[in-house]
Ligand binder design. Structure first.
Ligand SMILES: CCC1=C(C)/C(=C/C2=NC(=C\c3[nH]c(/C=C4\NC(=O)[C@H](C)[C@H]4CC)c(C)c3CCC(=O)O)/C(CCC(=O)O)=C2C)NC1=O
Length: 161
């Protein structure tokens, strides 16, 4: 896993240089938004269950997916989907705190599309659920932190598509 600080320092180090102005601007932005990131993570962890429940209500409930024959039909598969959504939320929050998406590649996206395809989990509906989660999270953490979280939800969605 990388974070905004190590990735900027590493890229200067391989060139044997001090951080240039562009890197310093990025670092300053990261430090400047540190308090916002910490507050957003606190709000998300306090509301994680609500966020997941509202995401399901907004994007999946009462669709073909939850009806007999759908991929979320039966309690076991419904619970697996809710659990996956909670993984997405938790790892997007880690990535937002780190200011870097690499943890999503390592822990979430690596092999996920292949797993979903082999189990018949619909990718399009999963991506729509991630978009719904982005909106729900935005309404809980506010616009500035919501935009930052949005970067990592979009990263998951595009990594799956
Ligand atoms: C921490 C990283 C991590 C991830 C991301 C993860 C995902 C993951 N989701 C799975 C299953 C699943 N995932 C879903 C999800 C859905 N079905 C739908 O129709 C919805 C659109 C969607 C929810 C948004 C379902 C229903 C299953 C069970 C499929 C089955 O066994 O038939 C499986 C197969 C094994 C299992 O059932 O537990 C994995 C590995 N596991 C991990 O350890």
């Amino acid at each position: 896993m990388q974070d905004a600080i190590t990735s900027l320092i590493n890229s200067s180090d391989v060139q044997g240089k001090y951080l240039d102005n562009n890197s310093l601007d990025k670092l300053q932005h990261y430090y400047h938004t540190g308090d916002m990131r910490a507050r957003a993570a606190t709000a998300i962890s306090a509301n994680a269950k609500t966020i997941v429940t509202q995401t399901v209500a907004k994007s999946l409930l009462y669709t073909d997916i939850t009806a007999p024959g759908g991929n979320m039909y039966t309690c076991r598969r419904y619970a697996a989907c809710v659990r996956d959504l909670d993984y997405f939320l938790r790892y997007a929050t880690y990535a937002m705190l780190a200011g870097d998406p690499s943890i999503l590649d390592e822990r979430i996206l690596n092999g996920l599309r292949e797993t979903y395809n082999s189990l018949g989990v619909p990718i399009g509906a999963t991506i729509r659920a991630v978009q719904a989660m982005k909106e729900v999270t935005n309404s809980i953490v506010g616009a500035e932190a919501g935009k930052e979280m949005g970067v990592y939800f979009d990263y998951i969605a595009s990594g799956l598509s």
